[in-house]
Design a protein around this ligand. Structure first.
Ligand code: PXL
Length: 276
């Protein structure tokens, strides 16, 4: 069985970060080790959330793993809370990277043209240094605009997206993927760029009328699970995009659905069907 480690916060209520990565990647048949970077009562879209930083735990945890000779087939990072955490994770990449494993960075920090409440532009520049060390990066267009210095646009053409992907790959990653890329009304998708083969890949599907928190984490987790199931990066993107869209569809249909996240649990059988 493949084993990955994912590094992100625990939002105790919120259907994001570790509370989606752990169940989704596990359901895909992949052992999922975790490093919780902080414990929050909820994600930061709620008001008055509590937060306990766990930065001090990270180095002792990884040191113990080194002593135990534990390794990982993938290292996947999501929401990180501070400059110090980014430095520590960059060192972790150096220690645990091998020729056979993959590092995936989802630089969670912004959406819809704006940084999340906890972050500023200096943090985005710091996150770009972690993206530089990763094999695969999965920003949305807002996050990419903060990391590349390109203007954020809501309406754009293929040339804009390709330039952004080139700039992202220029940071250092082998494969850069932009999420939430839409060239026509009613559809949305992902575009990836493989630097080594100078190859682009676009996959789109129906755009649902609503958007929900945590769907970026659902997408990134499924992508990592797909890679671990032996899918190519392109097929892993397709599965991740389709599952995320299905989660949104099911949540929209649920009249008791919550505002803060998607019903990813109900759609797990659909995900596993795609992994057969
Ligand atoms: O879904 C991304 C995410 C993860 N973790 C925390 C968040 C958010 C988005 O707002 O607040 C704590």
């Amino acid at each position: 069985m493949k084993r990955i480690v994912t590094v992100q916060d625990i939002s105790c209520v919120g259907k994001c970060s570790l509370t989606v990565a752990l169940p989704i990647i596990s359901a895909m048949g992949v052992e999922t080790a975790i490093i919780p970077t902080a414990v929050l009562s909820t994600h930061t879209m709620f008001s008055n959330f509590t937060c306990k930083d766990l930065t001090d735990e990270i180095v002792p945890i990884t040191k113990h793993w080194k002593d135990e000779k534990l390794g990982f087939d993938a290292i996947y990072t999501g929401y990180l809370g501070s400059f110090e955490q980014i430095d520590i994770i960059a060192n972790m990449f150096d220690e645990f990277k091998t020729d056979d494993n993959v590092t995936v960075v989802d630089p969670v920090m912004a959406d819809n043209g704006k940084l999340y409440p906890a972050f500023d532009e200096a943090f985005a520049a710091k996150m770009a240094t972690l993206c530089a060390k990763a094999d695969v990066i999965l920003p949305n267009i807002t996050e990419a605009s903060f990391m590349t210095g390109m203007e954020y646009k809501e309406v754009y053409d293929e040339a804009y997206v390709k330039e952004m992907l080139q700039k992202l790959a220029g940071l250092g990653a082998k494969i850069a993927v932009l999420t939430g890329v839409s060239f026509e009304e009613g559809t949305t998708g992902v575009m990836g760029y493989d630097k080594e083969n100078d190859e682009y890949f676009y996959y789109s599907h129906k755009k649902h009328a609503k958007s929900y928190h945590g769907t970026g984490d659902v997408f990134a987790s499924t992508f990592v699970g797909g890679l671990m199931r032996g899918k190519s990066w392109k097929d892993a993107l397709k599965v991740a995009a389709d599952y995320t869209a299905e989660c949104i569809r099911i949540t929209m249909e649920d009249e008791n659905g919550c505002w803060y996240g998607v019903n990813f649990e109900t759609a797990i059988p659909y995900l596993l069907d795609m992994c057969k």
